[in-house]
Design a protein. Structure first.
Length: 171
C-alpha cells in the first residue's frame, strides 16, 4: 500500500527561489500606487468643493446686494422711509440701448468686492420714447419697472470667486 503522506515532496531549501517575496513586493508597490492616486483624487475633490462653495457664497452675496437695491427702489417709488438693510444707488432713467449687464459685470474686478446698477426701464417699454417698443396709453403712466444688476465677491479680503445677477424688478 502506498503511503500518501510521503507522496507530497517539498523541494529542499537550496532549490527554493523566493517567488513569494517577489509577489509580495509587487503587491505592496501596487497598493502604494493605489493609495497615492486615491490621495490625489481626494485633494482634487477638496479643491473643487472649495471652489463651488466660494462661487455659491459670491452668488448669495450678489443676491443680497440685489435685494438691498430692490428695497431702496421700492421705498423711493412708494415714497416711504428707507428700511434698514436697503442699499442706496443712483437710478439711471435713460433708455440706454447699449447697456449690457454681462459687459457691466465683466468690467468689475475682484478688488471691487460689491457694486450695483439700477435702471428705470418702464418708460422704455411702455412707449414713452422714440424706440418704437410700444404705444403709451393716453390715460396711464408708464409702469415703474427697473433693471437691477449686482456684482459681489465671496470674501471682502482676498476674494477668490465673483458672481453677477441681472433682474427685472417691478415694485
Amino acid at each position: 500500500m502506498p503511503n500518501h503522506r510521503n507522496s507530497l515532496k517539498i523541494a529542499p531549501r537550496s532549490k527554493q527561489e523566493g517567488v513569494v517575496l517577489y509577489v509580495a513586493m509587487v503587491m505592496l508597490i501596487l497598493l502604494a500606487l493605489i493609495g497615492i492616486v486615491g490621495m490625489q483624487v481626494a485633494a482634487l475633490q477638496e479643491k473643487m468643493s472649495a471652489s463651488y462653495r466660494n462661487s455659491a457664497l459670491a452668488f448669495q452675496r450678489a443676491e443680497r446686494q440685489t435685494r438691498g437695491v430692490e428695497c431702496y427702489v421700492e421705498s423711493q417709488v412708494n415714497g416711504e422711509a428707507m428700511p434698514t438693510g436697503c442699499i442706496t444707488v443712483t437710478v439711471d432713467s435713460a433708455c440706454d440701448l447699449d447697456f449690457d449687464a454681462t459687459n457691466w459685470a465683466q468690467e468689475r474686478s475682484l478688488s471691487e468686492i460689491a457694486s450695483a446698477s439700477a435702471r428705470s426701464i418702464g418708460k422704455c417699454i411702455a412707449g414713452s420714447t422714440d424706440l418704437g417698443m410700444g404705444v403709451k396709453p393716453e390715460s396711464e403712466e408708464a409702469n415703474p419697472i427697473y433693471q437691477i444688476t449686482a456684482y459681489a465677491t465671496d470674501f471682502d479680503s482676498n476674494p477668490t470667486a465673483d458672481a453677477a445677477i441681472d433682474t427685472i424688478f417691478r415694485p
